[in-house]
Design a binder for this molecule. Structure first.
Ligand SMILES: Nc1ncnc2c1ncn2[C@@H]1O[C@H](COP(=O)(O)OP(=O)(O)OP(=O)(O)O)[C@@H](O)[C@H]1O
Length: 210
């Protein structure tokens, strides 16, 4: 019998399978992410990390198994999907409407934190790779979601932006947000409460919180 999600859980993956054509990528992945936790997923190129996250956010359907979520969702995909013709400010207003936010208070705070408030009037096609990624991240965070799913969220960041990113993550986790981060960086691994390695289509716990 299927167990209901507990009140603490924000994400639960149960026995998730996914193949592309005849090639199996995920072979029974299960993961539970409670509120107030910071979970890392690592794995080699092509291991299926992005596939797993796309199933977790509901963008892709699993062949078998379930993905359940609770609360509001923020998702930062691996490839930045911005409208090249719009400015940073226009993106913020578009997402403000989509999220039905009364104001841009939190978004403005994030622009200051990631030090790109001076780019507000610039069109996205003129932005550097790191700044585009800061906008991508801001769009995922500006509604203060209950569950945050991030696919290599700090690609292109300089060291200062990288440190600021982790400070924001810690603050969010401490305020009850459930966070899943896919990362390639070895030195990220101590930042997580729990770390999972995606290998041969399933998740292997590497470390548990003390
Ligand atoms: N839409 C698709 N159609 C067919 N095959 C796909 C599709 N998307 C991904 N794949 C394949 O599935 C496998 C897993 O891809 P995925 O992008 O999930 O891996 P990843 O672990 O995120 O890789 P990376 O670390 O390089 O970002 C790869 O072999 C990839 O080529």
């Amino acid at each position: 019998m299927r167990r209901e999600m507990s009140r603490q859980e924000r994400l639960r993956l149960s026995g998730v399978h996914k193949s592309y054509g005849r090639t199996p990528v995920l072979r029974g992945v299960s993961l539970s992410v409670p509120a107030g936790s910071l979970v890392g997923v690592v794995g080699e190129n092509g291991a299926g990390k992005s596939t797993l996250l796309r199933i977790a956010v509901g963008q892709l359907a699993p062949d078998r198994g379930r993905a359940e979520r609770a609360g509001t969702l923020g998702y930062c995909p691996q490839r930045v999907r911005l409208d090249e013709a719009l400015t940073v400010g226009q993106h913020l207003r578009l997402f403000q409407a989509a999220y039905r936010l009364p104001d841009l208070g939190r978004a403005n705070e994030l622009l200051e934190t990631f030090r790109f408030a001076d780019c507000r009037q610039r069109r996205t096609r003129e932005l550097s790779g790191g700044t585009r990624q800061k906008l991508n991240l801001t769009l995922a965070l500006m509604h203060t979601p209950d569950l945050l799913i991030l696919d290599e969220p700090h690609q292109g960041f300089d060291w200062d932006a990288y440190e600021r990113f982790w400070a924001v993550m810690e603050k969010l986790r401490n305020s009850g947000c459930a966070i899943v981060v896919v990362s390639h960086l070895l030195h990220d691994q101590d930042r997580f409460d729990t770390l999972h390695h995606l290998r041969a289509g399933s998740l292997h716990p590497e470390r548990r919180a003390a």
